[in-house]
Design a protein around this ligand. Structure first.
Ligand code: ADP
Length: 411
């Protein structure tokens, strides 16, 4: 069957492969709501399984120790059973690190795979897992265009002043040590939605977007392009996150190492897995749990929220200085979209920018709604729900259309 993205029943599969998990979503080219979503977890372990969410019903299939290839085989089998496999005409893959090489999404070819591989030293936990997914899908669906969408690509427009660390230049030249930024797919999607929602002039506007989920980053967007962001060479820099510290004085780390004997791997693990909201509260990395505990008088939870919002407001203020005008601060991600408390405490610190909370609108804003949470309109504070998977699907459709219209084959 000659199926192309232009066919009315064309389907797009989006794959997000982590080191031991694999998220997926299946879209029809015409609709933002996915037909099927799911998650394979504990890949490679005896209890590995894959779950499918379809029409509000959830089913679970045990994978008996299978890893990524086994999970993808189970996914393709499910698509076959549902009668959808024959209509899948493009696959989009999330790839975490595209280094300086990738400034946009790319159709996957053998050369592109080599380029993604070359970025592995910059993201040793993520890129190899992303490549596993790409290779397994190329084997499972060899004749279908596949697209890589990079977390870092949107931030490649940052000027040199924003991306250089004040380290000896040889580390940038020889090892690629510089700030890259992450969550780019989310920031790009939200920037576009905010521009439409606020009816901004595409050639003259400024936004600061706070993506607050388990990982958190904020980005300054000038006329649609990223000009500064809080994450760096890795996703550890910047804001306080669920289990990551964000910015910390390296001198403090030397001091901790000297007094505890922690080596580099130990410090890395402590900063990524035991810090942030979890480390501060000594209770949880989950914002909902902390809000409930703080309301009942848990001091650690209250202080974790205070540090989180203080750091966030400080970064928002700093990022605004990379813009020539500020139209809005935009909240997104699980916390940004749902937590009226985090927004309230953050906006309370943004008075100097002229942003003024609307308490009623703020309390009502949750569960995927978009809208204003400030009384002020210039600048405003707004909420825009993110949708990284749909953005990946859109890039995949756009690049697969090139194949359809030009008849080019990449594989
Ligand atoms: P990920 O980065 O894994 O995609 P999410 O964007 O789903 O994560 O965000 C997860 C965070 O969102 C968790 O800290 C969770 O507690 C928080 N969150 C979700 N709903 C609410 C809510 N109603 N109130 C406060 N925090 C919430």
């Amino acid at each position: 069957m000659d199926l192309s993205i232009a066919t009315p029943h064309a389907l797009i599969l989006v794959i997000n492969c982590g080191s031991s998990s694999l998220k997926f979503a299946l879209y029809s080219a015409a609709r933002r709501e996915p037909l099927l979503v799911g998650l394979a977890e504990r890949l490679g372990a005896p209890e590995s399984s894959i779950r499918f969410d379809l029409d509000g019903a959830r089913s679970l299939v045990k994978l008996e120790g299978a890893a990524h290839a086994g999970a993808l085989a189970a996914l393709l089998e499910q698509l076959q059973k549902l009668g959808w496999l024959k209509n899948v005409c493009a696959v989009g893959h999330r790839v975490v690190h595209g280094g300086e090489h990738f400034t946009a999404s790319a159709l996957i070819t053998p050369a592109i795979i080599n380029d993604i591989e070359a970025c592995c030293p910059l993201a040793p936990l993520h890129n190899p897992a992303n490549l596993l997914g790409i290779r397994a899908m190329l084997e499972g669906m060899p004749n279908i265009p596949q697209v890589a969408v990079f977390d870092t690509a949107f931030h490649q427009t940052m000027p040199v002043a924003a991306y250089l660390y004040a380290l000896p230049r040889r580390y940038q030249r020889e090892l690629g040590v510089r700030r890259y930024g992450f969550h780019g797919t989310s920031h790009r999607y939200v920037a576009g939605e905010a521009e439409r929602f606020l009816e901004l002039d595409p050639a003259d506007h400024g936004l600061v977007i706070a993506h607050l989920g388990n990982g958190c980053s904020a980005t300054a967007v000038k006329n649609g392009a990223s000009v500064d962001t809080t994450m760096g060479l890795t996703p550890l820099e910047g804001l306080v996150m669920g289990t990551r510290s964000g910015d910390v004085d390296f001198g403090a780390l030397c001091y901790i190492a000297q007094h505890t004997g922690l080596d580099l791997a130990g410090l890395d693990s402590m900063l990524n897995k035991e810090s942030g909201l979890l480390g501060l509260s000594e209770l949880s990395n989950d914002c909902r749990t902390l809000e409930a505990a703080a309301a009942e008088g848990h001091q650690g939870a209250a202080e974790a929220i205070a540090v989180f919002t203080h750091r966030l407001a400080r970064h928002i203020g700093g990022l605004a200085m990379s813009l020539s005008r500020l139209d809005a601060v935009v909240f997104t991600g699980g916390i940004g979209e749902n937590s009226s408390l985090i927004r309230k405490l953050t906006i309370a610190r943004l008075g100097v920018l002229g942003i003024d909370l609307d308490p009623v609108a703020n309390d009502q804003m949750k569960g995927g709604k978009s809208g204003f949470v400030s009384r002020s309109r210039q600048p405003a504070a707004i909420v825009i729900p993110t949708d990284e998977e749909w953005m990946i699907a859109c890039d995949t459709i756009a690049l697969a259309e090139i194949i359809t219209t030009t008849g080019l084959s990449t594989l």
